[in-house]
Design a protein around this ligand. Structure first.
Ligand SMILES: Cc1cc2nc3c(=O)[nH]c(=O)nc-3n(C[C@H](O)[C@H](O)[C@H](O)COP(=O)(O)O)c2cc1C
Length: 357
């Protein structure tokens, strides 16, 4: 088998190394982390899903001040429609937790999440970013058409072969195959009949997708170093997307308590849970998950649960209390390092690949 680092993916995305930084919404993914990975030869990606449209515009402009290399912006391809049918019981449960943090009680009158998706997309299009990647679904057809007309590359994260086929048919340039080891939200498109998402391991998922699509596949989930990258290439992937590995890098925006918790965690520390946002995601187990599960209440659907729990997560972060923050992370936790720059992580990964190959 002839395994090459310089894959077709590198040519299509105009990058030196086939390493994508995962877009990491909600704080960990910063302008400086995005630019650092791009400058190091990978594809930096801004996790913009929770950002206001104009904040995305200024972040894109800031990235361009730091790098001339290509980069991506990541969005959640989903319309924010709130389901407030059970808000009363959920707020009652959350109010007990709010008491611990001295937060004001919230009545059950309903949660309103702003629906920014169209405007977020418009900004990304206007700013002519090189790459748009999405989780939760393929971009709608009219957006794909507009992005393609603007010369923008499109990447969709998938968790099954069927989702990969949908992404290919829709005209995506590459697919991220997200195995169950991955940190953060599961990319599973339709969770109506499986609230915890599709959870196929990276090792099994990648070759099954590679065998059925004709566009490059990027492996994600548990890949932390050159060994993981070589393994992904051996499975037929043309590159990797890494999230967790960069959470404790110098440029990461992860909260200090979150970083400390990650560095003290192991391969046994994470669970897949939907209690923070209403969608399944992998993170380090903590008290919030435990308390919620004891209540036996169903979380509200995404994004309503995410909006409803935000004040608690924010207060916990302010008080340096990781027990009530969402600590998204994959299963490769013992391979994390402290105080390493993103450039050094990319370079070390490539050096390891070159030695192995
Ligand atoms: C903290 C964190 C936040 C994440 N946020 C997003 C996101 O906003 N959009 C997205 O497409 N994927 C997100 N992901 C998932 C990544 O795209 C990717 O599937 C995952 O990081 C790969 O597994 P790894 O964490 O083991 O490297 C996130 C992952 C982490 C760890």
């Amino acid at each position: 088998m002839n395994i090459k680092l310089d894959t077709e993916l590198c040519r299509i995305f105009n990058i030196r190394y086939p390493i994508f930084l995962a877009g990491m919404a909600g704080g960990p993914g910063t302008v400086s982390l995005t630019a650092a990975v791009s400058n190091a030869g990978g594809l930096g990606t801004l996790g913009a899903a929770y950002m206001e449209p104009e904040a995305i515009r200024s972040a894109i402009r800031d990235i361009r001040k730091l790098t001339n290399a290509p980069f991506g912006v990541n969005l959640f391809s989903i319309r924010a429609t709130d389901d407030n049918t059970r808000t009363g019981e959920v707020q009652r449960e959350l109010n007990d937790i709010r008491n611990k943090f001295g937060l004001p009680q919230v009545a059950g009158e309903g949660v309103r999440t702003p629906d920014h998706f169209e405007q977020q997309f418009t900004v990304v299009l206007e700013e002519k970013v090189p790459v748009i990647s999405t989780a939760f679904d393929v971009l709608p057809a009219h957006m794909i058409e507009q992005a393609k007309a603007g010369g923008i590359r499109i990447v969709t994260m998938v968790t099954t072969v069927n989702e990969a086929l949908l992404a290919e048919q829709a005209g995506c340039d590459a697919i991220v195959a997200q195995g169950s080891e991955a940190g953060g939200h599961r990319g599973t498109f339709d969770i109506s009949n499986r609230p915890m998402g599709a959870n196929i391991g990276t090792m099994a998922l990648v070759p099954q997708i590679v065998d059925r699509v004709h566009i490059p596949v990027i492996a994600a989930g548990g890949i932390m170093d050159g060994r993981g990258l070589v393994a992904a290439l051996a499975l037929g992937a043309q590159g990797v997307q890494m999230g967790t590995r960069f959470l404790t890098s110098v440029e990461s925006g992860a909260h200090i308590s979150y970083r400390q918790k990650l560095l003290a965690s192991t391969e046994e520390s994470t669970v897949i849970t939907n209690v923070f946002s209403g969608r399944p995601a992998r993170g380090v187990a903590n008290e919030f998950i435990e308390v919620w599960e004891k209540s036996r209440l169903e979380p509200l659907p995404f994004p309503t649960q995410n909006t409803a729990t935000r004040d608690i997560r924010t207060a916990a972060a302010k008080q340096n209390n990781p027990d009530y923050m969402s600590l998204w992370a994959g299963q490769g936790l013992r391979m994390l390092t402290s105080g390493q720059s993103a450039e050094s992580i990319v370079q070390e990964t490539i050096n390891q690949v070159q030695i192995i190959l």
